[in-house]
Design a protein around this ligand. Structure first.
Ligand code: F6R
Length: 637
């Protein structure tokens, strides 16, 4: 069974599995899903209009609902959808928080929705972040009463936090809780840290509608996009109802739908291990996925799996198709074995019929795209080293400047060195003044951003020189979509795609490596990949393209699952150390970086643990025991 777009069905009409306790719909992408949700909201508004009734909407903020709001605005502007009868209640607001701060949910809602539609401002309700402490209790009671006065919420839109929160009802929230003040979970604050430029700037408290308030809504739709939500989505839909995962309380609400994109759905049993749910159509990809899972589940290597192992774990259909476990095991073992190569650019003068890369041409032109100036060494430093050592013409393209990830104190260090060296240097004093007087609510001044970008450029050049890549082959694209000075980036534009296209056309590579990190659909990596894919599409008629193969590495956070890997490049213990040194050149990203997230490990530690883990998993499946491995997936276009 594959994930396909299901039509937008109501709860009760979908084919539930015995694992799932909440109706859910999986779309191939967040855009399509959001359009469907916006249509449902629009239909409700119109239905209420026809009856001359108010339509009471519970609204959420965060990245998840943005495209729903965009579509509602479009419907208002192009299709005449009126919000004249809409009364809105927002879920939450940080505390303390001024309305006009760029971080306030008040600001967010006006920026994304209210400023562009005809809602009556008197009908907008957003919890205030400036209520004096001794008045908050009554304020919250009044907020719930106001909702009741309007006859309750007709529709509640929700996102979900990685803690399982809905609204800001963090783990431990009560089933029947009302609107109240809460303290935010550390993980929630860590997730918000990047938009606040550091966790210390994220408020510790918030006012949130309660679980009871939300559950009283006539209809609830929860949105989740991206692989980073997949685990909490599974717990919400399949796990026990528990205060540890507040979203699981929705299991008792009979008119709730969870709307997902493929990445957010990937941990659901029916998608992750469909053989446990029902009959499957077994192709090699699914067989490989199932065999890797079976080995991990039974703690056996591939060649030790028996007929009984397959039969006991929902794979009797597979066994019937393949004949017996002995042949199947050997076939799957060889398939994995053939992904391993110490020659990522192809092995010259060797039979390449079962190798991941072609033997010819012997010396390939290789173009490595790195979204930030350090993703290349973090994710494929060992492979890069091998490609250079094996004589290929290696180019590296740093797609963005990475400037916002340099801390002010780091930038100050460099300006002060310039000041010490050349006290009369023009512009240095004003740079120091800019850094010292920076308002954390506003983006860096252009000159400071330039300085921070240059710091990252020099670090990247240090690393690429260390690995033997000539300076002429290192390209800094500084894609414009990134240059906002804030965490929120512009959408990808023609200039971004053109810059990437020009470079590909200039190098005419046999191999392209790009970051295929789709965990966060709003993240820089995804936009950078979109730019590469759009450029490839533009160039598809060029003759060099028929010899151009694309390999995707995964970003700093995750690794491909074993069954997804098409090429695994082993690293020797010495190469592991060399890769570590290359990562060390990125000094501004060491010792607690600005956008650390919840993973407090340094990048070199994450890289080593991830490469060690891939090697360990291969070994446990019965393959050779390497010190570390970097993994790639072939992109077919
Ligand atoms: C927002 C809210 C939160 C978010 C959740 C997901 O009003 O109450 O529950 O919905 O934190 O945030 P995103 O969508 O940014 O991943």
């Amino acid at each position: 069974m594959t994930v396909a777009d299901l039509s937008y069905q109501a709860p009760g009409t979908f084919e539930e599995t015995r694992f799932e306790k909440i109706h859910n719909i999986v779309f191939s992408n967040a855009e399509q899903a959001s359009v469907n949700v916006a249509r449902e909201i629009a239909a409700l508004i119109r239905q209420k209009q026809a009856k001359q009734q108010p339509c009471v909407l519970g609204l959420a903020t965060g990245s998840s609902p943005i495209k729903v709001y965009e579509e509602l605005v479009r419907m208002h502007q192009e299709e005449g959808l009126s919000f004249g009868n809409v009364v809105s209640f927002n879920l939450d607001e940080y505390c303390p928080m001024e309305k006009n701060s760029v971080h306030s949910y008040h600001y967010f809602m006006h920026q994304h929705l209210f400023d562009h539609i005809d809602i009556d401002p008197k009908h907008i309700h957003i919890p205030s972040g400036t209520i004096p402490q001794d008045e908050i209790h009554q304020y919250c009671i009044d907020y719930d009463l106001k909702i009741k006065e309007y006859g309750g919420l007709d529709f509640q839109l929700l996102g979900i936090g990685r803690t399982g929160h809905i609204g800001f009802n963090e783990p431990g929230s009560h089933f029947n809780s009302g609107t109240r003040i809460i303290s935010l979970d550390h993980l929630t604050r860590a997730d918000a840290a990047s938009s606040f430029l550091g966790i210390d700037n994220v408020p510790r408290r918030a006012i949130t509608m309660g679980i009871g308030t939300v559950k009283n809504a006539g209809r609830i739709v929860l949105l989740a996009w991206g692989g980073h939500k997949a685990e909490i989505v599974r717990e919400t839909i399949e796990g026990p109802m528990t205060s540890e995962v507040p979203a699981s309380y929705l299991q008792t609400h009979k008119n709730t739908s969870i709307v997902l994109n493929e990445e957010a759905a990937e941990e659901l049993t029916r998608i992750k291990t469909p053989w446990l749910v029902g009959p499957c159509i077994w192709d090699d990809f699914l067989i490989s996925k199932a065999v890797v899972w079976l080995c991990e589940h039974t703690q056996k290597s591939i060649l030790k799996l028996t007929d009984k192992d397959y039969n006991d774990h929902g794979m009797s259909g597979l066994l019937a198709q393949e004949g017996n476990s002995y042949d199947l095991n050997i076939r799957m073992f060889n398939r994995l074995q053939h992904t391993i190569t110490g020659w990522p650019g192809g092995k010259p003068n060797a039979d390449d019929s079962s190798r991941p890369e072609r033997a010819l041409p012997k010396r390939k032109k290789v173009l490595i795209f790195s979204p930030h100036p350090d993703d290349d060494v973090i994710s494929m430093g060992g492979t890069l080293d091998r490609l250079v050592e094996q004589g290929h013409e290696v180019h590296i393209a740093y797609q963005t400047s990475g400037n916002i990830a340099v801390a002010d104190h780091e930038a100050m260090k460099y300006v002060e060195i310039i000041q010490d060296l050349c006290p009369d240097k023009k512009g240095v004093d004003s740079l120091i003044k800019e850094i010292n007087s920076r308002n954390k609510n506003i983006e860096d001044d252009l000159s400071v951003r330039r300085l921070k970008g240059l710091i990252r450029k020099r670090e990247a050049l240090g690393a690429s020189r260390f690995l033997g890549v000539p300076d002429n082959n290192v390209h800094f694209l500084n894609l414009p979509f990134y240059e906002t000075g804030t965490v929120k980036k512009l959408p990808i534009g023609p200039e971004d795609i053109d810059a990437v296209s020009r470079l590909i056309a200039q190098v005419q590579p046999h191999q392209i490596y790009a970051a295929g990190d789709l965990a966060d659909p709003h993240g820089t990596h995804k936009v950078c990949l979109d730019a590469v894919l759009a450029a490839l599409k533009n160039l598809r008629s060029r003759s060099f393209m028929k010899d151009c193969w694309v390999w995707l590495y995964r970003g700093a956070w995750l690794e491909w699952d074993i069954h997804q890997i098409d090429m695994a490049v082993p690293l020797s213990p010495d190469q592991v150390l060399k890769k570590r040194k290359a990562i060390f050149f990125h000094q501004s990203q060491k010792d607690g970086v600005m956008f650390q997230g919840n993973d407090t490990r340094e990048f070199w530690v994450r890289a080593e643990e991830r490469n060690d883990e891939t090697a360990r998993r291969y070994h446990e499946l019965g393959l050779a025991d390497y010190a570390a491995m970097e993994a790639f997936k072939k992109y077919e276009f």
